[in-house]
Design a protein around this ligand. Structure first.
Ligand SMILES: [Zn+2]
Length: 392
């Protein structure tokens, strides 16, 4: 017995076939041509159906604070200082309200899975963490939210931070992150983060190597410790503007190369080429309406289009690779084995106003309908034109 049939779907990765998707409860139970059923129908009209965008790197806790900050230089150092000052005024309800605004935008842009980084230190304590945990629970009907706690302002230089990170891990953080470039002892921080991760058996997601000077990198140390502790497949690194694995085009473009007054380097690494060599890569939003990135509609389709433009990726093959960088690749980075349109997987389905992954990136195709675990989670009306009527 089916509860819903999504008819006439062009499924990403299955070529031009027009298929029906049968849903029972929360799961996909059938994918076939012309499924016969009395269940309620939704017609995709031959459009592209995908399992939702996967956001691997966003900061819900510090989104939407432009009105509290004053950015002059537009540098990373200024952004960290501005947010550090604003953070002192954060309450749990304030973080919840801003995070909610950003999360709801991401949902209607077709994102069904997300990893958010949350700052923990003695100034903010666990207030942001508490708010984001509430958001995770309250929006579970539309999005799976992973909470990664991390010390944005350093760890070994900031007494009291490690105890708070441990408290957050005890209180249910999904994974732990680090930010060695703000620490007085970057390698020492990497070692402490690995120690906490192993104690709680958590995956790790570092903010790493976020500048344009390739003469000094922490990546080798992360790789060394990953191998030493047999943590292969469980460690992700973001920014890495020196190299880039999780690429954050909006922030990297905005903050990098501020010392240049012409020929400004872009600081966005061509992730699709790394992916060609087997590296698991993703494109992500990072920040929304704050001094790190004073932009943002939470659309991963738009971020992929921005990236394709910067990376000069314009062939159908390259554009399809960009689609993968906001769908299948980040799902692999986040170790999500049940992601994808397949029998037995959760019925996470988003209809894009397009018929092809490459064109969806080229045209920034709008998501029209979304389902999370078989239940409709959002819809957006397709635009309509009203030409003047002619004749009598
Ligand atoms: Zn970040």
């Amino acid at each position: 017995m089916l509860d819903l049939v999504l008819r006439n779907a062009r499924i990403a990765g299955r070529g031009d076939a027009i298929l029906d998707i049968g849903i029972a409860g929360e799961k996909i139970v059938e994918i076939a041509q012309a499924i016969s059923s009395d269940a309620p129908l939704e017609d995709a009209g031959g459009r592209l159906v995908m399992p939702g965008f996967v956001e691997t790197h966003i900061h819900l806790d510090k989104s939407c604070i432009l009105d509290r900050c004053e950015s002059r230089d537009g540098t990373l150092q200024e952004a960290i200082a501005q947010v550090a000052a604003a953070k002192r005024g954060f309450t749990e309800d304030d973080v919840y309200a801003r995070g909610r605004r950003t999360l709801e935008k991401a949902i209607v842009q077709g994102t069904t899975r997300m990893r958010t980084h949350v700052e923990v230190d003695p100034r903010i304590g666990l207030r942001s963490f508490g708010a984001i945990k509430r958001l995770k629970r309250d929006y579970a009907w539309a999005i799976d939210l992973e909470v990664c706690v991390f010390p944005q302002e350093g760890l070994l230089n900031d007494p009291g931070t490690e105890e708070l990170l441990v408290a957050a891990c005890e209180a249910g953080a999904d994974l732990i992150g680090g930010c060695p470039y703000t620490d007085s002892d970057p390698h020492g921080q990497i070692a402490r983060i690995f120690a906490i991760a192993r104690r709680f058996d958590l995956d790790i997601d570092f903010h790493l190597d976020f500048d344009l000077d390739a003469s000094r990198m922490d990546l080798e140390e992360v790789c060394r410790q990953t191998l030493a502790f047999r943590y292969g497949g469980r460690v992700a690194v973001g920014h890495v503007t020196k190299l880039a694995v999780t690429v954050l085009p909006a922030t990297d473009l905005f903050l990098m190369g501020r010392a240049h007054d012409h020929n400004v380097p872009r600081g966005v690494t061509p992730a699709h080429r790394l992916a060609e060599h087997g590296v698991t890569c993703s494109l992500a939003t990072n920040n929304v309406l704050n001094p790190f990135t004073p932009f943002g509609d939470c659309s991963l389709g738009r971020i992929a289009n921005l990236y394709a433009n910067i990376a000069q990726a314009g062939t159908p093959r390259e554009l399809a690779a960009c689609f993968d960088l906001v769908t299948a690749q980040p799902a692999r980075l986040m170790n999500l084995p049940d992601y994808g349109i397949a029998v037995g997987n959760p019925a996470d389905l988003v209809v894009l106003d397009s018929n092809d992954p490459a064109m969806a990136i080229a045209e920034v195709a709008q998501p029209l309908i979304g389902f999370k675990r078989g239940r409709r989670s959002f819809s957006r009306a397709a635009p309509l034109l009203f030409p003047p009527t002619t004749g009598p």
